[in-house]
Design a protein around this ligand. Structure first.
Ligand SMILES: Nc1ncnc2c1ncn2[C@@H]1O[C@H](COP(=O)(O)OP(=O)(O)OP(=O)(O)O)[C@@H](O)[C@H]1O
Length: 347
């Protein structure tokens, strides 16, 4: 539905050229929630602003459906932009207007009658559960409520696409969850394609179907959210994935020589990753029975990505050196990822 073909956006800073977006080709499908993740400065906002040509690519083409936006006249473009709503981290509401007026603003100049406009605004306020705040001003609302108003406003023109630029970054975790749920509802019930920019993997995990990882203006990896979590290929993707679970704390504990990871002779710290449900207990009991190991669990987690679980365990294993090796091989044969984090064996 949205297609980038070799899109670049070059800025000139102090006489030097700088590609904020560098030769990106990407396809976002109709009806999906597509995430774009990257660290600050990676080029996410610039890329997404190229979808509605708020930022005009220096080279390359942008298509929505079969129509090339980059080849349109200003009048055609104005028409097409109405199909694209946008929400921002800072909400961008008009402070001097009521909630009702903020939501009705995009309907100015539409062909709807006064009654139709009124019904539309009230329906949208109902959808975002803010009917009773219609005559409040933005300063009287919480951050979550402001973002709900912004979402209602973005929906006023019946868009096909919503672009969300860090729309939950200023919100606490509970409010973030509620706004993400609302975006999911908008996607599922109204069939609107949503493009979500974020620097938080948790947001990707919570609502996206697919994700692109950006670094230095380029898209370095794309895939379904499950594949990206189960099998991140690029170093930067691994960093994002690691940060969402407490598993990565093990490296800190090892580094700071925490008493938690103090090993007796013959012990080893191992990390397991697997993709099946309820594997943890079976793993522990099998390894102790088959290889006569004692396993002391330091961390354990099951992440649910959509409906699919991804599990992890960090354990201190105690047993003969030979049996620890055999256990590692046994797990690898069963497609369990095994990483030796600290090896206290002398043999
Ligand atoms: N109008 C501009 N003129 C010059 N440089 C710009 C302009 N807009 C963006 N940049 C630069 O392009 C790079 C990418 O910016 P962009 O805002 O797209 O990144 P981002 O990944 O969205 O980061 P953040 O998460 O911090 O918003 C940055 O180095 C930024 O300074």
């Amino acid at each position: 539905m949205i297609r980038f073909e070799h899109v670049s956006r070059v800025f000139h800073n102090d006489g030097r050229e700088f590609a904020a977006v560098n030769n990106v080709s990407l396809e976002i499908e109709k009806g999906e929630i597509f995430g774009i993740i990257g660290f600050s400065g990676a080029g996410k906002s610039t890329l997404v602003r190229c979808i509605n040509l708020l930022e005009r690519p220096t080279s390359g083409k942008v298509f929505i459906g079969d129509e090339e936006l980059t080849a349109m006249s200003p009048a055609e473009l104005r028409q097409h932009r109405k199909k694209i709503g946008m929400i921002f981290q800072q909400f961008n509401l008009f402070a001097s207007r009521t909630v009702y007026d903020n939501v009705s603003l995009p309907l100015k100049g539409s062909n709807l009658t006064k009654e139709q406009k009124d019904k539309k605004v009230r329906d949208l306020l109902k959808l975002v559960e803010l009917e009773e705040k219609a005559s409040a001003y933005p300063s009287q609302l919480s951050g979550g409520q402001k973002q709900r108003v912004a979402i209602a406003r973005a929906l006023a023109n019946d868009p096909e696409i919503i672009l969300s630029d860090e729309s939950t970054s200023a919100l606490d975790p509970r409010t973030t969850r509620a706004i993400l749920d609302l975006l999911k509802k908008v996607n599922r019930e109204l069939g609107i394609t949503i493009v979500v920019i974020t620097h938080e993997m948790q947001v990707i995990k919570d609502i996206c179907d697919r994700v692109a990882v950006m670094k230095d203006g380029r898209v370095v990896e794309t895939g379904t959210v499950f594949d990206i979590f189960a099998n991140p290929k690029e170093q930067i993707t691994r960093e994002f994935v690691e940060n969402t679970s407490n598993m990565s704390r093990i490296y800190e504990l090892v580094e700071t020589k925490s008493p938690v990871v103090e090993l007796k002779p013959g012990e080893a710290i191992l990390r397991f990753r697997y993709l099946e449900r309820n594997v943890s207990e079976a793993l522990v009991s099998q390894l102790s029975r088959k290889f006569d190991l004692d396993l002391n669990i330091i961390f354990g987690s099951i992440e649910l990505i959509g409906e699919n679980p991804i599990g992890g365990l960090v354990v201190i294993a105690q047993g003969t050196s030979d049996n620890i090796n055999k256990a590692i091989q046994y797990l690898k044969d069963k497609n369990v990822g095994v990483e030796m984090i600290l090896d206290g064996r002398t043999a």
